[in-house]
Design a protein around this ligand. Structure first.
Ligand SMILES: Cc1cc2nc3c(=O)[nH]c(=O)nc-3n(C[C@H](O)[C@H](O)[C@H](O)COP(=O)(O)OP(=O)(O)OC[C@H]3O[C@@H](n4cnc5c(N)ncnc54)[C@H](O)[C@@H]3O)c2cc1C
Length: 485
């Protein structure tokens, strides 16, 4: 079958790989001119992503582009008070059958691109899709070229052209703005105020600063860069990942933060000049005049993205034609959150895996329905958890004190912080449930979920329609688990 994929970021590329592994012909159309977005921040990839890549044989290759996450330190943004540390226990990671890793978003997109290309997907860049005709199963590019396929995958993100085919208007409410950027490692290490952000005994240390109405996350990438994500109140127009700017606004949010995060606005221009010239000696020289710089003013101009509360779409596939949505086109997740890229990746993996059982075009509608059954609830649950987490990190002061007190108590007791009790509306606490939600997310395997559907329902439906369920499947291009790539 011929698969047309719109968008070549995480969701589109994961779909391309999964459909190629299932033996289909794959054509990807991406509006951007380059293989990876030119300037991006960091991405965190939890075990539910890495286990699939490891299973496909790409463990060694991923580890060249990613750094293993070991722990997270949580602090109060205003004072820098450390609540404590959460260490990812070996047992949890072993049970999840993958690692929790940090990478640079651009490096991860390039990593997926290279695999998709090696497997034979045809990847077209600088090709914006202008129209989709569901009845004709056709896409039309801006330059007028037309392509017809058997299945169309909408992987064009929250602001693409496929999502509006499902809803007449965006039912969403802006919750927060996210500023995502990176800072050169050299800058952080060379400043005594910020140097301890890198802990050489814990190279994969994630940092979180919980604030009042705002919060900061940071983690080292494999490149000598530190990823910084700043959450603050929504301001200005709603934006997606395509908009850069807002560094001034980001710095303003951090004005009253602890020294490591605080802003010294007057030095922005100097810092950018020094990044342009870049020799570390110049940086050190500048530091003599600016001894107590915070992290943020060294940051490159950030992407500015709105986190919206979004009403889930009624469907993950279109009833009028063979169109499935994956990733943010289906369900936008909070920017900067742990599962943001992971859910897009899982969608593509599950969709391709379900279609590995395809033998006849008449099966397509029921397979699309299966995709929705396998993914919709998982995506919505992940969305709700991630929104809940960013709300928790950014609670307004009047609600934040109980949060702080509880985390302080756990930290002082030497406990792992995510097992902290979280107060609920009815005054009870559900710390264990919160922990269980993390475990469930990490333990999930998108390929196995698709296989479960085939074993429990797909085969039965096929048999009832007279299909040959035990015959040879479509040619599998890649032998699983056979060799390291
Ligand atoms: C430019 C950019 C930079 C990003 N940087 C980061 C980052 O630093 N850290 C991070 O965690 N996440 C980043 N993300 C977000 C991350 O990729 C997504 O949040 C998540 O992984 C979901 O991916 P997705 O593939 O579903 O959607 P998206 O990432 O939104 O990708 C959609 C893709 O579809 C393309 N597209 C849209 N409309 C059309 C069209 N009509 N025709 C053809 N192509 C189209 C877009 O150019 C884009 O590449 C970035 C996204 C983008 C677009």
């Amino acid at each position: 079958m011929v698969i047309l994929i719109i968008g070549a970021n995480v969701g589109g590329l994961a779909s391309a790989i999964a459909f190629r592994r299932a033996g289909h012909e794959v054509f990807v159309f991406e509006a951007r001119n380059s293989v990876a977005p030119d300037i991006t921040g960091g991405t965190r990839l939890p075990p539910n992503v890495t286990k699939i890549l490891y299973h496909w044989g790409y463990e060694r290759r991923l580890k060249k582009a990613a750094l293993m996450s070991t722990a997270i330190d949580i602090r109060l943004l205003r004072t820098g008070e450390k609540f404590g540390r959460h260490v990812w226990e070996e047992e949890l990671i072993r049970d999840a059958r993958g690692d929790f890793v940090f990478t640079h978003h651009g490096d991860f997109v390039r990593f997926l691109h290279d695999i998709a290309e090696e497997l034979g997907a045809v990847l077209n860049y600088g090709c914006r899709v202008a129209d989709v005709d569901l009845y004709e199963k056709t896409i039309v590019l801006e330059n007028g070229q037309t392509y017809t396929g058997d299945i169309i995958v909408g992987a064009d993100g929250a602001e693409g052209i496929t999502r509006p085919l499902f809803v007449s208007h965006h039912d969403q409410e802006p919750l927060l703005n996210v500023y995502s950027t990176t800072i050169p490692e050299e800058v952080i290490r060379s400043d005594p105020v910020t140097a301890d952000i890198y802990d050489d005994t814990q190279p994969g240390l994630n940092a979180a600063w919980f604030g009042y109405g705002c919060a900061v996350l940071g983690w080292p990438c494999k490149r000598p860069e530190y990823a910084l994500v700043v959450y603050g109140p929504p301001e200005g127009e709603t934006t997606g990942w395509t908009q850069q700017g807002g560094k001034d606004r980001m710095l303003k949010l951090l004005e009253n933060a602890e020294p490591r995060c605080s802003a010294v606005r007057i030095l922005i221009v100097i810092s950018e000049l020094s990044l342009f010239l870049n020799p570390p000696s110049l940086l050190r020289h500048l530091r003599r005049f600016a001894p107590a710089l915070g992290l943020a003013e060294w940051a490159r101009d950030p992407h500015i993205v709105t986190v919206n509360k979004v009403k889930p779409l009624p469907d993950w596939y279109h009833v009028d034609g063979p169109l499935a949505l994956v990733g943010h086109a289906a369900q936008p997740l909070a920017a900067g959150s742990v599962q943001e890229a992971a859910i897009a990746f899982e969608d593509g993996v599950a969709l391709g895996r379900i279609f590995s059982h395809l033998k006849r075009s008449e099966q397509i509608p029921s397979f699309l329905e299966a995709y929705e059954d396998v993914r919709r609830e998982r995506d919505i649950r992940a969305y709700e958890k991630e929104i809940g987490d960013v709300e928790f990190m950014t609670l307004p002061r009047e609600y934040a004190e109980p949060r702080n007190a509880l985390m302080r108590e756990k930290g002082q007791g030497g406990r792992n912080l995510f097992e902290v009790n979280i107060p609920t509306d009815d005054g009870t606490s559900d710390g264990w449930e919160e922990w269980q939600r993390i475990v469930d997310q990490f333990a999930y395997n998108a390929e196995e979920a698709a296989d479960d559907w085939w074993q429990s329902e797909g085969k039965v439906i096929e048999a009832s329609r007279g299909g040959m369920v035990d015959g040879p499947m479509l040619q599998i291009l890649v032998a699983q688990n056979t060799k390291e790539n």
